[in-house]
Structures are given as C-alpha cells and as structure tokens.
Design a protein around this ligand. Sequence first.
Ligand SMILES: *[C@@H]1O[C@H](CO)[C@@H](O)[C@H](O)[C@H]1NC(C)=O
Ligand SMILES: *[C@@H]1O[C@H](CO)[C@@H](O)[C@H](O)[C@H]1NC(C)=O
Ligand SMILES: *[C@@H]1O[C@H](CO)[C@@H](O)[C@H](O)[C@H]1NC(C)=O
Length: 248
Amino acid sequence: MLRSQECIILQDRNAWTGHRNVTRSGKGLGWIRGSTEALILLFYFLLYAFLTGMFALCIYGLLLTISPYVPTYRDRVFPPDYDDGKQMATNVECTPGQYFLQDGEEHEERKACQFRRSLLKNCSGIGDPSFGFSRGKPCILLKMNRIVGFKAGFGTPIFVSCGSYKGNDSHVGPVTFYPKNYFDLMYYPYYGKLSHVNYTSPLVAMHFTEVIPNHDVTIQCQINGQDIVNDHEKDRFLGRVIFTMNIG
Ligand SMILES: *[C@@H]1O[C@H](CO)[C@@H](O)[C@H](O)[C@H]1NC(C)=O
Ligand SMILES: *[C@@H]1O[C@H](CO)[C@@H](O)[C@H](O)[C@H]1NC(C)=O
Ligand SMILES: *[C@@H]1O[C@H](CO)[C@@H](O)[C@H](O)[C@H]1NC(C)=O
C-alpha cells in the first residue's frame, strides 16, 4: 500500500522535472506538453461542470416533485387558539355531519371551521381552570394528528370509546364526552398548513366523573372507524392512548 503511494509521488516528481527539462530544451516540445496539460485541464473542467450540472438537475427534479402544500414529514403546527371570540372572528360555522370540501388550486387559501372551547362545556376550562382535576373528576382532551386530504371516517365519523386497559371496566365508571364522542366530518379534509391557515383541530373531551378512588386505574381510550388501527400489539399509541389514574 505504502509502496504504491511512494511510487506515484516519484512518478509525479519525474514528470514535473521532465517537463521543466523539455521546456528548457525545445520550444516545440514544450508547447505540445503545455497543450496536453491544457487539454487535461479542459477535460477536468468540463467533467466537473458536467457533474455539477447533473447534480443541480437532480436536485431540481427532486424539488419539483416536492410540494410545499403537502408535508413530507409531519407538519409542525402550533396549537390553535380555541378561544370563542378568536374562533368566531377567523373561522366560519360549518354544517355538521358532512365534509367541508373546498375546491380550488392547491395554493388557494381554505376556510376553516369553528371549534369553540365552550363546546367542551364542563371540560372547557372556562368555569373550572383545573379541568376537573381539583375535584377528582379529571378531563382529558383528545386530538387526532392531521393528515392532509384525509377524509376521516370515510363518511361515518370516527368515534371515541374508553374502557379499562386489561382490568375491570367498572373501575373506570361512566365517561362523558364533549361536545360529542366523535370527530365531526365537517373538520375534514385538512388542506395543509399553507392553505388551511386557520385550521382548528377538533377535540373530544373525556370527563371521568366516577373513577374508583385510591386505585391505580389504567384506562385505554381509542378511536374507532373504518381503516383505523387501534389494537396494534407493539404500538400502544396508534389509534389509542393508555394512561393510569389514581384518584386520591
Ligand atoms: C385567517 O385568520 C386571519 C386572522 O387571524 C384572517 O385575516 C384571515 O382572513 C383568515 N384566513 C382565512 C382563509 O379564513
Ligand atoms: C357540569 O358542571 C355543572 C356545574 O358546574 C354541574 O352542575 C354538572 O353536574 C356538571 N356535569 C357533569 C356531567 O359533571
Ligand atoms: C368488577 O368490579 C366489580 C366491583 O368493583 C365487581 O362486582 C365485578 O365482579 C368485577 N368484575 C370482574 C369481571 O372482575
């Protein structure tokens, strides 16, 4: 290995000194030598120019296939403002029970449906800023991740259900859902954060009012609907949430 490297260095040095001798001894030969070097330089220049061009072209082609309106990775969006006044000022009232379809070019801005926090009634945090935790009747808010263009539920709203996780359901007690126990179709589809600027993710609040006290009660809440996976063996967060409560 080392030997062959040494060899190359020696060769280079020979070539260099040879070149100097040649230019000193005869003009014609020197010119030929010079023009060969120029050709080599030109060759490499063209080669690298070609490679740079190819690379730029590939990147350009790749960028063409990526739309800023459809996220490649998960959209990072700030939690929307559920304040009633803000919702009424920026968003429209939609018709429940049907998808809010808005035609138009990908870049056109879409209207968003109102989701007012007062819809969450006893779990809105308005009357009780502790969301029931101070009274041993905790509220848990559930939200689904956003999927661009996804018509959630395929016509039938995705609904939420809760029960004991590998335990006795009677320990969980009744659960009240606000505003309803499903995600209304009118909040779908979502058109992406660039066009659906004021989009407000719908919430389902789950109010646990009679969890058996002084016990670790592990609860599973899941979403149910067509094509919804909620019983993946390894992924305990796909289509469901599992948490433990101990009401003191
Ligand atoms: C989004 O909300 C802003 C105010 O925050 C409003 O000016 C704008 O018109 C809204 N956009 C759409 C598409 O409703
Ligand atoms: C909601 O709150 C009101 C008053 O704060 C109370 O009377 C009512 O029983 C609560 N409902 C539930 C289901 O906890
Ligand atoms: C669940 O618990 C209730 C009371 O806590 C009890 O009466 C019932 O037998 C239990 N059911 C099962 C399947 O363990």
